[in-house]
Ligand binder design. Sequence first.
Ligand code: NAP
Length: 288
Amino acid sequence: MSGTIIDGKQVAAEVRGEVAADVAAFVERYGRAPGLATILVGEDPASAVYVGGKQRACKEVGLQGFDHRLPADATREQVVALIDELNADERVSGIICQLPVPAHLDGVELTNLIAAEKDVDGLTVASAGRLALGLPGLRPCTPAGVIRLLDHAGVELQGTEAVVIGRSNLFGKPMGQLLLQRNATVTTAHSRTTDLPAVAARADVLIVAVGRAQMVQSDWVKPGATVIDVGMNRLEGGTLVGDVDFDAVAPVAGAITPVPGGVGPMTIAKLLANTVQAARMQAGEEPK
Ligand code: NAP
């Protein structure tokens, strides 16, 4: 037996196609495209690549992109003034403040200044609260992307035993909430979990977001389980690998995401989808 490979590139392309159609329909209704504003403070090369990718992706689906760059020594007041301006700008449907910000700034504080209705990363206290209470709102992109992958793979979540390894605010916690909303029975494991391999081996759906290269081995996985690998780790020499030992686990799993080409492409696709969703909600439409 060998697991089906869940092709994140293909599913992300589907999502981008849907977003492009939704953008065109929005333009028909309102005479303008939704817009995404990115804020990059400083010249961190990796962050500049991420922001450039997001801006390029906006153009590809017809969204307006507003690319704001501030110098590394920008003051808190300058960044706050920019966020205030973007919160008030009707052309801007979504705002992201690329993290990490330089050490003299507080990324969590700045993120929380983004208006909830424009929080397309879904990371503010307001968005986390709305998710926890099951209220409509903008959901964090990577866990939302994982739900889409699971749906694409035909995985029935209701009643299933799901284990998420990792409890970060960025991924693990919202992932658990989204699985609960879909009526899975959810365990969230972390660095203090006792006998992690045994906990993981209970899972029908195992989702791993730790940041440790190839940690999950074949004896951690129930035969036939769906395995979603969120980890992105560079080995010496530069090869990108996940938190799951793909070659060892794929023969045991029922379905598995590769790294690269699994969860990674879903994050930007879901950011684009959130931007259209935000624009619709700002226009008074029902959330889709
Ligand atoms: P994070 O904030 O560092 O959180 C890591 C989590 O893993 C923590 O909850 C930690 O537990 C847990 N952990 C650490 N060592 C462990 C161990 N030995 N056994 C069990 N759990 C352990 O990381 P993150 O932001 O969630 O990201 C995790 C990984 O996903 C990274 O590789 C990141 O690059 C990747 N990622 C990818 C995408 C994407 O778009 N594909 C998006 C987000 C993240 P404690 O809470 O107990 O410390």
